[in-house]
Write a protein that binds this ligand. Structure first.
Ligand code: FAQ
Length: 334
């Protein structure tokens, strides 16, 4: 992943002039998509494809780094050294995912500064799920089990995305998400074998996270403005509703093993469909959260901006060191 920047165009050099006619470039691109071949940074691509990828990959990257906050708030309060070590590793992994994804987005010609600026000024979206609070220790386990579980369901198909750098980044990310999901489930399993208060704490966390997790897959297919084109381009492989359904079907037996109740009176097996029916999602709440009015949107954004500003000295020091090294190299070469 880290070597992908070598494929990037030199931004200081004049833009390469395409040698083929636009129609020929478009049909070569279409052929590659139809043949399920990868598009790489140095290949010609339609501007709308590039824009869609920058949108999705950067939203994904922002979600990963904003997503460090809800669990990160429990690092200093983890109930044992073992849980603290696991949580530290997980939160660091999420930061790493953000970095791979920003690198993948940069191969499309948008700089890290531009991407972060869009996040910090509130122009860019990030996943709705990270605007909910982590009130109890059990919330940390439930994020691992349900939020990472939903993330895996959505992200495994992206390993087959038509854009090479994004697809390759997702392979490693999915491996790590799998550990995240397991650690959450295992932590909840231990809590469910504990006291009645611990079991009640887990149930309370499941009650609060279940519906926001279902909404995380995005609007219903009929209202998903980007889906048709995303599918055509091989960026999206499975629709929002199909992924949501797969997630419900995979999670119901896991909830039974844990001994928790999923808070949906309409949730039941449908023999005819061979899938679960489930109740109505509150899409008004979803759009409010996406549009900045969730319980923690303001806090998440201001913490992120503060972390960025607090880290300015690190970037300044790295820049000064790079300039010093460059000057030394030039002096030696002279
Ligand atoms: N939150 O037409 P569609 C994680 C927006 S990472 C906010 O269906 P699309 C790991 C959407 O952007 C979680 N906005 O869009 C972790 C679009 O707005 P736009 C993030 C949402 O792109 C775990 C509009 O609604 N994962 O959890 C949401 O075809 C634990 C219409 O929607 C990814 O980003 C939402 N939930 O499908 C980290 C995966 N859903 O841009 C820490 C990659 C939709 O037109 C701790 N992304 N919107 O203004 C995707 O797969 C897709 O972008 C979807 C949306 C499925 C999210």
């Amino acid at each position: 992943m880290y070597t992908q920047s070598m494929d990037m165009a030199d931004t200081t050099a004049p833009a390469p002039v395409p040698t083929a006619a636009p129609e020929a470039l478009q049909s070569r691109f279409d052929e590659k998509i139809d043949a399920d071949q990868k598009i790489e940074p140095q290949n010609w691509m339609p501007e709308a494809y590039r824009r869609t990828l920058v949108r999705q990959i950067s939203q994904h990257a922002h979600s990963e780094i904003i997503g460090m906050q809800p669990e990160g708030q429990w690092i200093s309060r983890a109930p044992s050294l073992k849980r603290k070590a696991i949580l530290l590793a997980k939160v660091q992994d999420e930061g790493g995912h953000g970095l791979y994804l920003y690198s993948a987005a940069e191969t499309l010609g948008t700089s890290r500064d531009q991407l972060l600026d869009a996040l910090h000024t509130g122009k860019a979206k990030y996943s709705s799920i990270f605007n909910y609070p982590t009130l109890l220790w059990a919330d940390v386990g439930v994020i691992g089990w349900l939020v990472d579980g939903a993330a895996i369901m959505n992200q495994v198909p992206i390993c087959r995305c038509s854009y090479g750098p994004y697809a390759r980044a997702m392979i490693r990310i999915c491996k790590e998400e799998s550990f995240h999901q397991r650690q959450g489930f295992e932590s909840l399993m231990v809590q469910m074998q504990g006291t009645p208060e611990q079991r009640a704490m887990v149930q309370d966390a499941v009650n609060r996270w279940w519906w926001p997790v279902l909404a995380m897959f995005g609007p219903p297919d009929a209202e998903s403005s980007n889906s048709a084109q995303g599918m055509r381009w091989g960026i999206k492989r499975i629709s929002n509703d199909d992924l949501r359904q797969n997630f419900v079907d995979a999670t119901v037996p896991q909830a039974a093993i844990l001994g928790v109740t999923l808070p949906d009176p309409d949730l039941k097996w449908n023999e005819e469909r061979q899938q679960h029916d489930y109740g109505a999602i509150d899409w008004t709440e979803f759009w409010e959260v996406v549009n900045g009015k969730g319980p923690c949107n303001k806090e998440r954004l201001s913490s992120r901006v503060k972390a960025h500003e607090d880290g300015q000295w690190v970037r300044d020091a790295a820049q000064a060191y790079a300039e010093k090294q460059q000057a030394r190299l030039l002096k030696e070469a002279a």
